[in-house]
Ligand binder design. Sequence first.
Ligand code: CP
Ligand code: NVA
Length: 301
Amino acid sequence: MKHLLKMLDLSTEEIIDILNLADQLKYELKHGIPHNHLKGKTLGMIFQKASTRTRVSFETGMYQLGGYPLFLSSNDLQIGRGEPVQDTARVLSRYLDGIMIRTFDQKEVEDLAEYGEIPIINGLTDFSHPCQVLADLMTIREFKNSFEGLKMCFIGDGNNMANSLIVGCLKVGMEVAVACPEGYRPAQEILDFAKEYDCFTITDSPMEAAKNADVLITDVWSSMGQESEIEKRKIAFKGYQINDEIMTAAKPDAMVMHCLPAHREEEITTKVFEEHANEIFEEAENRLHAQKAVMVKLMAE
Ligand code: CP
Ligand code: NVA
């Protein structure tokens, strides 16, 4: 594994290796056991979109590993004034040991990896959010002990989260059911991957998808960059909400997760959100541990 660009690139074995290391790093942090695997290393973090969790967990994680994180806002970088990503990649490769980038186009992340000489980590694009899904898988395994026999149901937009969850959950052996309105389905590349699995279904009925689910996941109806579509999307996604009725279709002990930030009373009711806050905030915490594992895998010698 040279980069973390999207879930499609990871083998099942690589995913499990990352999750195992993440569990170990979580244990070490909680027990005050030093884990300076990246002593003296630097991580550049390029942000072309807003972030709370990704920025703070990468920055803190790098510090905990003994390394040094640099926050690089695209407003201040020449990339924001049109310097090609190919040149940025070749320059930053000479200063840094790794780059985390949050941007719009997946191609920009792939280009950084192609032209640079250091590991690239995708901190979210319009197409994928692999760091979040590794933390989600870690959380599912933490609460349910194993992935065996579990069904994950995603309700909402076929966005970066849906794309990445479908691939991640199928690769670790879970059943996956997705409910999206027509016109808002996941990327074709993801559907082509998923159709090889008998345990994958896609429907426009949230109740049908939620049936007997062990894990219910949703995300915002309008992602970053889709601000002009908010009103149109509120109409298209009406009914694509995790609420008490959906919970009756799922297993009684079903978990609920959300990558955050959440829009209460849109994709999830306040009631369900608060009843499952335990899982949702452990999921947020696990960003730190999962990303530390990714950085160690990619950047430690
Ligand atoms: N879930 C997530 O990526 O959160 P941020 O946008 O706050 O980084
Ligand atoms: N789908 C959301 C996820 C935010 C973490 C977005 O891209 O804005």
